[in-house]
Design a protein around this ligand. Structure first.
Ligand SMILES: Nc1ncnc2c1ncn2[C@@H]1O[C@H](COP(=O)(O)OP(=O)(O)O)[C@@H](O)[C@H]1O
Ligand SMILES: [Mg+2]
Length: 268
């Protein structure tokens, strides 16, 4: 059984088949990249896997359990975290608080929904709650420190005051604070310069080395080639190729899809 099993998944937007019969397995510890021209349906597929959107057809199971019908926070509670293509941080919250949002989502989701337990929780002495808060904070700071000096000196700055690249780092840190068993990254280097992109490559590689299961949507083929165990190519909602990076790169259907769309990927 794969960690994530997507079966015959489709999403029809008033006649536009954004995702059209996609099946996909992701095994624990695997690094899978999804590439394809703009409009291929990559982000829609992520939206379906994270409960942000609902499919018109098909099924998704995670660790053998069906996911459809759950709320997005319940998807997160199951251990699936994602970042957004256009970056979503809470601009008026500090870097630390943004990351703590991820940690709190995990804590809430892992709590049993039982009135007695919740009432007892409310009676726990304040010092207990404070100790828990302190621990979450420490964990958040450790995650933030993984970005070296990029974020730690800005721990208490509002996210809106950060550079674009730093906002994207905060978003990844928030996803990691969920302690996910599956991490979905939607174009994490979009809008980053060469130095920032190289740094992000190293960062993601570290996550992979640490055993994290990752699905990456990315236009920069240098990253895809360097990181992926397997590459899935989408076009017009379909999976048009799948395999090891080198084999996929030289697949005529892939070259055709890319050249045909004159897309904006880097030629590298
Ligand atoms: N909420 C939506 N409503 C209508 N059409 C959508 C919506 N989201 C995506 N689409 C359409 O679905 C197709 C796939 O989009 P998307 O998943 O964003 O592609 P990609 O991430 O590969 O660039 C596009 O034609 C897009 O216009
Ligand atoms: Mg997209």
């Amino acid at each position: 059984m794969a960690l994530l099993e997507v079966r015959d998944l489709s999403r029809n937007f008033d006649g536009v088949l954004a995702v059209d019969g996609i099946s996909l397995d992701v095994n624990a510890g695997e690094f899978v990249s999804i590439i394809g021209p703009n409009g291929a349906g990559k982000t829609t597929l992520f939206n379906l896997i994270t409960g942000t959107d609902q499919p018109t057809h098909g099924s998704i199971t995670f660790e053998g359990q069906p996911l459809l019908g759950l709320r997005p926070d319940q998807f997160a509670g199951r251990g699936i975290a994602r970042t957004f293509q256009h970056g979503r941080v809470f601009g008026n919250l500090s870097v630390l608080d943004n990351v703590l949002v991820g940690a709190h989502t995990r804590r809430k989701a892992s709590r049993p929904r039982n009135l007695v337990v919740e009432l007892l929780g409310a009676l726990v002495p304040l010092s207990g709650a404070k100790a828990e808060e302190r621990q979450l904070r420490q964990e958040a700071e450790v995650i933030i420190a993984q970005f070296g000096e990029r974020l730690t000196p800005r721990l208490h700055n509002a996210a809106s005051s950060l550079s674009y690249a730093n906002r994207r780092r905060v978003e990844i840190a928030r996803a990691l604070a969920l302690k996910p068993r599956l991490l979905l990254l939607d174009e994490p280097t979009a809008g980053m310069n060469l130095t920032e992109t190289a740094e992000m490559l190293d960062f993601i590689r570290e996550l992979k080395t640490g055993g994290m299961t990752i699905v990456l949507i990315e236009h920069k083929l240098s990253l895809v080639m360097a990181l992926s165990d397997r590459v899935v190519v989408m076009d017009n909602g379909h999976k048009i190729a799948e395999g090891e990076p080198e084999a996929v790169r030289s697949d005529p259907r892939v070259i055709e899809a890319y050249l045909g769309h004159k897309h904006n990927a880097e030629k590298n």
